[in-house]
Design a binder for this molecule. Structure first.
Ligand SMILES: [Zn+2]
Length: 265
């Protein structure tokens, strides 16, 4: 697909994407329709299947929902694949997080978008679908992406997730979504212990804002574990605090896929 053709066909989508990328649209948004409760989207990247499976047995007391974003699906054991299917059957979403976990922009500096799709997207996506996983969301490895790639990947996915790292204001950042669209690019904010912006009070503050404004907050982590001080770990304490706030305040747990219909009447 040629980029020039896409620009002609999807000008509104490009505008939406650029608006999202600028990450500063909430204060300008007109609230004219009734909306549902505030929501949270918890996403977890890579392939910590066993840890996620254990976490599900603990955090199911909150009726939680998460999106588990799998990289290198072909390297999983049969037992891990069965656990993923169980997580899907428990109401969670399974998303694609690439076949090789390529840095998209590094890859595209020497390869075409068509090659990226052929080598990074399709192998895992096809295997996951054959095994009965319902894949409609893609999470960029490292959060690295481009508008051209976003537009090409909407041929395969309805929701794309990047990342954001800033800690400036609870009110004007891209880790929120106000309303769904048929094709969505969203940005997640990290909740692993080692991120410099992370502290649980800040995350709860973001949740309070999502609750007050009836919008969705998108978060991401990696491994879920207790008493693990390594990098890329979301602690049980973090999830307990978040899930408890969501439950106590009547907010909704959503998966990435469910954002497509968020706040649409
Ligand atoms: Zn990753």
């Amino acid at each position: 697909m040629k980029f020039s053709r896409i620009i002609i066909v999807k000008p509104c989508l490009i505008f939406l994407l650029l608006t999202l990328i600028n990450c500063n649209f909430i204060s300008n948004f007109c609230n004219t329709e009734s909306k549902g409760p505030g929501a949270i989207v918890l996403t977890f990247d890579d392939k910590y299947i066993n840890d996620w499976f254990t976490a599900d047995s603990i955090f199911s007391i909150y009726d939680w929902k998460a999106t588990f974003c799998i990289t290198a699906y072909g390297t999983l054991t049969e037992n891990e694949k069965l656990k993923l299917m169980t997580l899907q059957n428990n109401g969670h979403e399974i998303a694609s997080h690439g076949t090789h976990h390529y840095n998209a922009l590094s890859y595209l500096s020497n390869n075409s978008i068509e090659e990226y799709i052929k080598n990074e997207i399709l192998p895992s996506l096809n295997e996951m679908k054959i095994d009965g996983l319902n894949i409609t969301s893609f999470v960029y490895p490292g959060g690295v992406r481009s508008v051209e790639l976003d537009l090409a990947l909407f041929d395969y996915f309805s929701v794309l997730r990047g990342t954001t790292y800033d800690k400036i204001s609870a009110k004007s950042k891209s880790h929120y979504l106000i309303r769904g669209e048929k094709e969505l690019l969203v940005c997640g904010l990290g909740i692993d212990n080692h991120y410099s912006h992370f502290d649980i009070d800040y995350i709860i503050n973001l949740l309070e804002y999502a609750d007050k404004e009836n919008i969705a907050l998108i978060l991401y982590g990696h491994k879920i574990a207790d008493n693990d001080t390594s990098k890329y770990v979301t602690s049980y304490n973090t999830l307990n605090e978040i899930c408890n706030y969501v439950q106590q305040n009547g907010m909704e747990f959503l998966t990435l896929r469910e954002l497509v219909n968020f706040n649409l009447n």
